[in-house]
Design a protein around this ligand. Structure first.
Ligand code: OSB
Ligand code: MG
Length: 371
């Protein structure tokens, strides 16, 4: 596919409610939308970097820098055949996975549109709907958290993840467990603890949690192995797994029993599929994480989660859990069985609400091939 133009939209979208994690609180979510034109078709992708470097080192600012100054010049006017071709093209750019993943997503959208196939079909997904849950941020109080969980359970979410941080961990999780004894429940610390905190976290092991997500440093694997040895509950890695190679390290070190797959964090859907396959080969379940995506990134997550080893419900909630107004005309709805339907249209299966895109754009940068 000859790349005719690449446009970057720096977006800021109001969330329906603030989202607080151990690293900060967001009331508006920033991201970068990538639009690629090729041979009369237009593909979209989403870079899930945030305004601040709290989840990892990337930000919307670094994404724009890397795409504008390094990735775009490599691609314009060039024939990029597929995701593997793209990965080899950008292999000299170290890291910056969230930036690369947004471009790869737009290429998949184009590939699907050209072939007349949905992303699910291109990836070889085996489901027409995917099991989902909701990720709930840290609330003002433990009571407020229990009320928030009740609200989502009443909406039909059958799996709940709560964010924890030092001082808001065992008490919060215990209160939710007391109120909802059978709920599929898990916690996410976003790297807020060190190995010395194992005893503080230990009571979580008695709460029948599905998993404990990324308790230790975002670049650690080995200490998670030491922590997993002390816990019955599966440790799940998110931030630490930035490539298929890191997934192999974690598997070989017994650092976790579950991996949260985010195509963004891994540098693209092609890399996410590789991690999925590695885990499948050793019977390690995976699930699809989220980064508060717009309809574009959400469509990609839903399609990815149709692969066979996505055994646990994903952090893929309905559009209305995040945004009153989204940038896509299509919105994702929760079915009564806590699932979300997989788009059937070509590529991502989504169309852009141009007015919404314009109104949420802080900045727009266009790069056009000269020949
Ligand atoms: O760690 O999974 C995470 C959101 C932003 C940054 C990191 C994380 C999250 C979530 C949200 O948990 C999941 C969702 O998109 O619903
Ligand atoms: Mg996480």
């Amino acid at each position: 596919m000859k790349i005719d133009s690449i446009t970057l939209y720096h977006l800021s979208m109001p969330l329906v409610s603030p989202f607080e994690t151990s690293f900060g609180r967001e009331t508006d979510r920033e991201c970068v939308l990538v639009e690629i034109r090729s041979e009369g078709l237009t593909g979209y992708g989403e870079c899930v970097a945030t305004r601040d470097p709290g989840y990892n080192y990337e930000t919307t600012g670094t994404v724009i820098h890397i795409l504008k100054d390094f990735v775009t010049p490599l691609m314009l006017g060039r024939d990029v055949k597929d995701a593997a071709d793209f990965q080899s093209l950008v292999s000299g750019i170290r890291g910056h996975y969230l930036a690369k993943a947004g471009v790869e997503m737009a290429l998949w959208d184009l590939l699907g549109k050209r072939a007349g196939k949905s992303l699910r079909e291109l990836l070889g997904g085996v489901r027409e709907k995917v099991e989902v849950g909701v990720s709930i941020g840290i609330q003002e109080s433990t009571q407020g958290l229990v009320r928030s969980v009740a609200g989502y359970v009443n909406q039909g979410y059958a799996r709940v993840k709560i964010k924890i941080k030092p001082g808001r961990d065992v008490e919060d999780a215990s209160a939710v467990r007391r109120e909802f004894s059978n709920l599929r429940l898990q916690v996410d610390a976003n790297s807020a603890y060190s190995l010395d905190d194992a005893q503080i976290l230990k009571p979580l092991d008695k709460l029948n949690l599905l998993l404990i997500e990324q308790p230790l440093f975002e670049d650690d694997i080995w200490d998670h192995h030491k922590l997993q040895e002390q816990f019955e509950t599966p440790i799940c890695l998110d931030e630490s797994i930035v490539s298929p190679r890191h997934a192999r390290y974690a598997i070989e070190m017994n650092a976790c029993r579950v991996i949260n797959i985010k195509a963004g964090r891994l540098g693209g859907l092609s890399q996410a599929v590789m991690v999925h396959d590695l885990c499948l080969a050793v019977s390690m379940p995976v699930w699809c994480g989220g980064m508060l995506e717009t309809g574009i990134g959400r469509a990609s997550n839903v399609a990815l989660a149709t692969l066979p080893n996505f055994i646990l419900p994903g952090d893929i909630s309905a559009s209305d859990r995040y945004y009153a107004r989204d940038i896509t005309n299509e919105r994702f709805m929760l079915n009564s069985d806590s699932t979300i339907d997989v788009p059937r249209g070509v590529g991502l299966g989504m169309t852009i609400d141009e007015d919404a895109l314009k109104s949420f754009s802080l900045n727009k940068l266009s790069f056009v091939a000269t020949s």
